[in-house]
Design a protein around this ligand. Structure first.
Ligand code: NAP
Length: 325
C-alpha cells in the first residue's frame, strides 16, 4: 500500500511517499481503508519529534482518519468489517490503510461525508471540551478566540455562537477574520495591526471578556489575560506560535479569574464516556446542520507535505484534509 513516510525527524519536505506492506492488526485493533485524513497542528510537531507522543521511526503522520473497517483483530467486539468510522490513531492516517486501537475508533453516521468528518471532529471535540467542560461558557457571556481562522479557532467561534456567547475573533489576516465572521463571529481584532488588550477593552466597554480560548500562546497570551473580565476563565489550548508564555501571577489574583488547562487527548482517554457523549453531540449537530460545512483545503497523499508546510507557515485558513481515492 502507499503511505507518506517519516523516516527521519524533520520538516514536511523530508516526508516521502512510498510502497510499504499492509499492516496486520493486533488483537484489539482494526485496519481501516482510509478515505480522508484531517491535518492537525500536532502532525507538524510529531514529524519533528516535538510532540508529547513519540512514534518509532518510520511512521506516517495523520491522527484523524475516516474510512471503512476492512480487518478486525481477534478480540475486537464493538466493530465489524464494513463499519464506517473515525479513527483517532495519533499517527498512521496519511496512508491508504491504517491501524487504530479499538478504543480509539468511533462509529460515524453514513450521512456525514468522510471529508467533513475528517475536517471537523478533532478540532470541534477539542473546542467543545474546552468551552463546555473546562470553561463553563454560558449564554450571554463574551468569548475571545485567538487564532480564530485556524482549525481549533474556527471551531471555537462556531461552537461559542451555538452556546449563545458573544464572540470576538482575533487573527492575523483579513482572510482569517472573514472566515471567522462567516462562522458567526460578532466582532474581530487583527492582532498584527491592533493592540489586543486595548481593542478587547474597547469592544467590551471596558469590562473585558469572560472566556478566552487560546491555541496560539506566545506574546498574545499576556495581552489577552490582561483583557479578562472579573471571574473569567482563560483556556490554555496550545502554543502554535512556538513559545510557551510565562504569566505574572498577580493577574489571575487581581481579576479573580482562572487559568484552565485543556488537554483533549488525555480527557478522551481518562473520561472516555464523556468524550463519546461530546462526539455524539457534535455528530448530531453536523447531521442537523447546526454546524456549517467546514472550510477545507483538499490535498492528495502526495501533496500532504504542502498542507503541513502551509500550516507551519500560518498560511492555512480553516482545515486541510488529505483525501484518498
Ligand atoms: N490542548 C489540546 O487538547 C489540543 C488539541 C488539538 C490541538 N491543540 C493545539 O492547538 C494549537 C492550534 O491547533 P490548530 O489545529 O488550530 O492549528 P492551526 O489550524 O494551524 O491554527 C493555529 C493558529 O495559530 C496561529 N499562529 C500564530 N503563530 C503561529 C505560528 N508561528 N505558526 C503557526 N500558527 C501560528 C495562526 O493564526 P494567526 O495567523 O491568525 O495568528 C493559526 O491559524 C496547536 O498548538 C495544537 O497543538 C491542542
Amino acid at each position: 500500500m502507499q503511505a507518506l513516510i517519516c523516516a527521519k525527524f524533520g520538516m514536511p519536505e523530508t516526508l516521502h511517499l512510498c510502497e510499504i506492506p499492509t499492516p496486520i492488526p493486533g488483537p484489539k485493533q482494526v485496519l481501516v481503508m482510509v478515505e480522508a485524513c484531517g491535518v492537525n497542528f500536532p502532525d507538524t510537531l510529531i514529524i519533528q519529534d516535538k510532540y508529547q507522543f513519540k512514534p518509532e521511526l518510520p511512521f506516517s503522520p495523520g491522527g484523524e482518519l475516516v474510512g471503512k473497517v476492512i480487518v478486525c483483530g481477534k478480540e475486537v467486539s464493538d466493530f465489524q468489517v464494513g463499519d464506517y468510522v473515525l479513527g483517532l490513531s495519533g499517527w498512521g492516517g496519511m496512508a491508504e490503510k491504517a491501524l487504530v486501537d479499538e478504543d480509539r475508533v468511533f462509529a460515524l453516521p453514513k450521512d456525514i461525508p468522510a471529508e467533513t468528518a475528517a475536517a471537523t471532529l478533532y478540532t470541534y471535540a477539542t473546542s467543545l471540551y474546552a468551552l463546555k467542560d473546562r470553561g463553563g461558557l454560558k449564554s450571554g457571556e463574551t468569548l475571545l478566540v485567538l487564532g480564530a481562522g485556524g482549525g481549533i479557532g474556527l471551531a471555537a467561534v462556531e461552537l461559542g455562537k451555538l452556546m449563545g456567547a458573544k464572540v470576538i475573533a482575533a487573527a492575523s489576516s483579513v482572510d482569517k477574520l472573514a472566515a471567522a465572521k462567516a462562522k458567526g463571529a460578532d466582532l474581530t481584532i487583527d492582532y498584527t495591526e491592533e493592540d489586543l488588550k486595548t481593542r478587547i477593552k474597547e469592544l467590551t466597554d471596558g469590562e473585558g471578556v469572560d472566556v478566552v480560548l487560546d491555541p496560539v500562546g506566545g506574546s498574545y497570551t499576556e495581552q489577552a489575560l490582561r483583557g479578562m473580565a472579573w471571574g473569567g476563565r482563560y483556556l490554555v489550548v496550545g502554543f502554535a506560535q512556538g513559545e510557551i508564555p510565562k504569566m505574572p501571577m498577580n493577574l489571575p489574583l487581581l481579576k479573580g479569574c482562572s487559568i484552565v488547562g485543556v488537554f483533549w487527548g488525555n480527557f478522551s482517554r481518562k473520561e472516555a464516556d464523556k468524550n463519546r457523549e461530546n462526539l455524539n453531540q457534535l455528530m448530531n449537530w453536523i447531521s442537523e446542520g447546526k454546524i456549517q460545512k467546514p472550510v477545507v483545503s483538499k490535498y492528495s497523499l502526495k501533496e500532504a507535505p504542502k498542507a503541513l508546510r502551509a500550516m507551519m507557515d500560518r498560511k492555512l485558513v480553516g482545515k486541510a484534509v488529505v483525501v484518498l481515492n
